[in-house]
Design a binder for this molecule. Structure first.
Ligand code: GLN
Length: 305
């Protein structure tokens, strides 16, 4: 396994120079363009990592998977899917355009920013502080890492520059998709995006999804099987924004990317994968990360299709 991972890394490294590190969140721009790493966690507990697999980065949109799962556990699928749909958009992750279409009335899916902000609003808690604490606790539980925390610098950078997300939230409040205090909601959303992890943490989370929500280490059912299945389906159809179709055709693994450069992937009944490579393509996905996953999917026959 180490040898094949090393080969995947070398293959992926060829692509990092063509990507760009995200700059619209200024703090993210400090990441190193050439960093690339991957970690694989198999369901029998073995782990393999190469490259920058131990480097911390903010999970950004990968948090949408964790928060969707928790919202489904808190509220049940009927209430959640009343507020957010499950259809792919074909639009960029921060697009606002479809929110005004009369026949829609709700964001298309929980993996784009609008849908994710609506999903965050459904997390149980008296206030934003309680909501983010519950999200963070759940992230710690899934990653089996009590040290997981929020990167304060990235959070502050997002708060200062996140007017696009604020616009999405205010728009959704005006159309009745969300209720309550928008500023407090947006703080929770930026905090969940600023949760920091390594590829190893992501791979452990991936292993839980690939094992139908059952923790391979403790044998505790951390996520109900039906919820796990729904979230994996949404990852497959919407996880890489408007590149999800292409990724499904080329790689065929349920996955979710983030503009920090991370990708969480879960191969059903086999393994969890965490990837880090902050050089992004024009759609906001890790260039080297996608290439490494394509390489591995091909060599290890990982496509679910
Ligand atoms: N925090 C980022 C944003 O809302 C997350 C986006 C992403 O990872 N695609 O813009």
């Amino acid at each position: 396994m180490e040898k094949i991972l090393q080969q995947a890394l070398e293959y992926g490294k060829q692509y990092t120079p063509i990507g760009k590190v995200a700059s619209y969140i200024p703090e993210l721009h400090k990441s190193s363009q050439s960093d690339l790493g991957i970690y694989i966690k198999t369901l029998d507990g073995k782990g393999y990592g190469v490259g920058a697999y131990d480097k911390k980065f903010t999970i950004q949109s990968i948090s949408k998977v964790i928060v969707l799962t928790l919202a489904l556990m808190d509220k049940g699928c009927e209430k959640v899917f009343k507020k957010v749909g499950v259809e792919a958009t074909g639009d960029p992750f921060n697009s606002i355009v479809r929110l005004e279409l009369k026949h829609l009335q709700k964001p298309l899916n929980p993996m784009i920013n609008a849908g994710a902000i609506a999903t965050t609003s459904l997390i149980h808690g008296k206030n934003g502080t309680e909501q983010i604490l519950r999200i963070l606790e759940f992230a710690k539980l899934l990653s089996d890492n009590p040290e997981v925390d929020i990167n304060q610098e990235v959070y502050e950078s997002e708060i200062k520059t996140g007017d696009r997300n604020r616009s999405l939230a205010y728009f959704m409040k005006s159309s009745g998709v969300i209720e309550g205090d928008v500023e407090s909601l947006i703080e929770v959303y930026f905090k969940q995006c600023s949760i920091e992890m390594t590829c190893q943490d992501l791979a452990r989370i991936g292993a839980i999804y690939s094992n139908n929500g059952l923790c391979p280490k403790t044998h505790r059912q951390l996520i109900p099987k039906t919820i796990c299945r729904m979230v994996m389906a949404i990852m497959t159809t919407c996880g890489l924004y408007d590149a999800s179709g292409e990724f499904a055709v080329r790689v065929g693994i349920p996955a979710k990317s983030g503009v920090g450069g991370g990708i969480l992937a879960a191969v059903p009944n086999k393994l969890g994968i965490g990837v880090y490579g902050p050089a992004l393509d024009e759609k906001g996905n890790s260039v080297g990360g996608v290439e490494m996953l394509a390489y591995l999917a091909d060599r290890l026959d990982l496509s679910i299709f």
